[in-house]
Ligand binder design. Structure first.
Ligand code: BES
Ligand code: ZN
Ligand code: ZN
Length: 515
């Protein structure tokens, strides 16, 4: 055994990777090691991380020798596998971390060093997974939290419903004492993976009821500090949520209004942070039916609810000292004899009437009632997340979540959090210009689409939501553009992204620790 400290980690399990203590691990399993390698500044060659350098020394320079003879200097995000270097590790993955000088980048609005670690570690773990390695030890690369996020996010694959599944991989911190950082990274990554799981799962599996039951189950270990209410249709009717009900009535699947209370603050009466998530478990468009091509992606139209609920599960796991209330109106948007018809007028909880000119603009209807209800808790701030408009994807693509907010303070908090997580946000306008386009309705107080149809669609949707907000600190996150990942985010496989769960968690952690 090499003179290296082996990190101990308490048990945390996910579907595709298990993270646990050395004492509990299966030492007979096929093991792999991920080691970080920097690019040498201004010259060709490599520079090893502390852990990799210790290995190199113990192996009398074999690792650097192999790196030199096996090809050009390892570039950022690239991996190279060495077999039989050490008896404990049949496979060693050297991973490229880029330049040692990487740090917060003003042009990219993220911490390049952290992003490089996430990218490299995820690539190394995935390579080892492809080689059917079942246990990996991961170099902390000087930032164990980012390394853990890279491992957890990179290894996730939704194959619940396939007969042939990817190798289940367990991961453990190697050569670092920063166990707290590693564990935190695992919880952040698992939070995002929970949102990915809910979003990726087919709509016939994740109905509003199943969604609510899943979140209740995930929160069960924290029952001391968490209360879950699964409000049924009768409750929604009593609360006069006419806009939400107008969408849900088009479907055979009963709606659920999910209400989560997390009391992490010693003062349980302290004003809560209110998180609201759009929970359309399938968006067919309703009578304004969507084209059939690509409609399957609308199983992820509950991404707002998924990311908000997953971030509350994570806040509870992290024991964040903050009070959070989560609200998720959950239903399907379907065409039927009972569905909303273009031109129908519905009434939201606050009495405002809405002309529904396009039944596919359903997200703002269910959020209108959820926002009204949110105010009854006298929150310190309201943040809602929603896969609200295709126009958001047109505007920013998957680079960043669009944030529409009436509060510079809230923007600053969200932005600061996103620089740390690398799951970026970009501020969008809330001009009266857009408000005028939704308040000019022939039959009602508001129209659910802007009068110039698709122009500025993300902005008119945000202006519509603002009509249901009276608090000083409110932010609407349009996450339609970041809903899926093709290959843009290197540490996420293709599929539903679970973004921006980690940014919401980091944001809540920022508020919690500032008091
Ligand atoms: N869920 C969609 C928005 C969406 C589109 C999310 C693509 C993710 C990817 C939303 O309910 C919708 O259909 N919005 C309409 C609004 C329009 C009718 C004003 C849209 O964006 O086309
Ligand atoms: Zn829609
Ligand atoms: Zn929708």
């Amino acid at each position: 055994m090499l003179p290296m400290r082996r990190a101990i980690l308490t048990a945390v399990r996910t579907k595709h990777c298990r993270f646990f203590s050395a004492s509990q691990s299966n030492w007979n399993a096929r093991k792999g090691l991920v080691l970080g390698v920097y690019e040498k500044e201004g010259e060709d060659g490599s520079h090893l991380t502390e852990a990799a350098a210790r290995w190199d020394k113990a192996l009398s320079g074999k690792l650097s020798e192999l790196l030199k003879i096996s090809g050009p200097a390892l570039k950022k995000g690239r991996t190279r596998i060495f077999y039989g270097v050490h008896q404990d590790f049949p496979c060693v993955a050297a991973v490229g971390l880029g330049k040692t000088t990487a740090s917060v980048c003003g042009a990219e609005n993220w911490d390049t060093c952290k992003e490089n670690i996430r990218e490299a570690v995820s690539a190394g773990c995935r390579q080892l997974q492809d080689l059917e390695v079942s246990h990996v030890e991961v170099d902390g690369c000087g930032d164990a939290q980012s390394a853990a996020e890279g491992a957890v996010l990179g290894l996730f694959q939704y194959d619940e419903l396939k007969s042939k599944k990817k190798t289940k991989v367990t991961a453990q911190l190697h050569g670092s004492t920063d166990l707290a950082g590693w564990e935190k990274g695992i919880l952040y990554g698992e939070g995002q993976n929970l949102a990915r799981l809910l979003m990726e799962a087919p709509a016939n599996h994740i109905t509003p009821t199943v969604f609510a039951d899943t979140i209740e189950e995930k929160l069960a270990p924290y029952a001391e500090r968490v209360t879950v209410h699964k409000r049924p249709q009768a409750w929604i009717e009593e609360h006069q949520m006419g806009a939400f009900l107008s969408v849900s009535k088009g479907s055979e699947e009963p709606p659920v209004f999910l209400e989560l209370h997390y009391n992490g603050c010693p003062d349980r009466t302290k004003a809560p942070l209110l998180l609201v998530g759009k929970g359309i478990t399938f968006d067919s468009g309703g009578i304004s039916l969507k084209p059939s091509s690509g409609m399957d992606a609308m199983r992820a139209d509950m991404g707002g609810a998924a990311t908000v609920c997953a971030s509350i599960v994570t806040a509870a796991a992290l024991k964040l000292p903050i009070n959070i209330i989560g609200l998720a109106p959950l239903c399907e948007n379907m065409p039927s004899g009972k569905a909303n018809k273009p031109g129908d007028v519905v009434r939201a909880q606050n009495g405002k009437t809405i002309q529904v000119d396009n039944t596919d603009a359903e997200g703002r209807l269910i959020l209108a009632d959820a926002l009204c209800y949110a105010h009854t808790f006298k929150p310190s701030a309201i943040v809602n997340a929603a896969t609200l408009t295709g126009a958001m994807d047109v505007a920013l693509g998957s680079a960043a979540t669009g944030v529409f907010t009436n509060s510079d303070w809230l923007w600053e908090k969200l932005y600061t959090a996103s620089v740390v997580t690398g799951d970026r946000v970009w501020r969008m306008p809330l001009f009266q210009h857009y408000t005028r386009q939704v308040t000019d309705s022939q039959l009602a107080d508001l129209n659910n689409i802007g009068k110039y149809s698709r122009s500025g669609g993300a902005c008119t949707a945000a202006a519509f939501l603002r009509e249901f907000v009276t608090v000083t600190h409110w932010a609407h996150l349009d996450i339609a553009g970041v809903m899926t990942n093709k290959d843009e985010i290197p540490y996420l496989r293709k599929g539903m992204s679970g973004r921006p769960t980690r940014t919401l968690v980091e944001f809540a952690a920022g508020l919690a620790h500032q008091g």
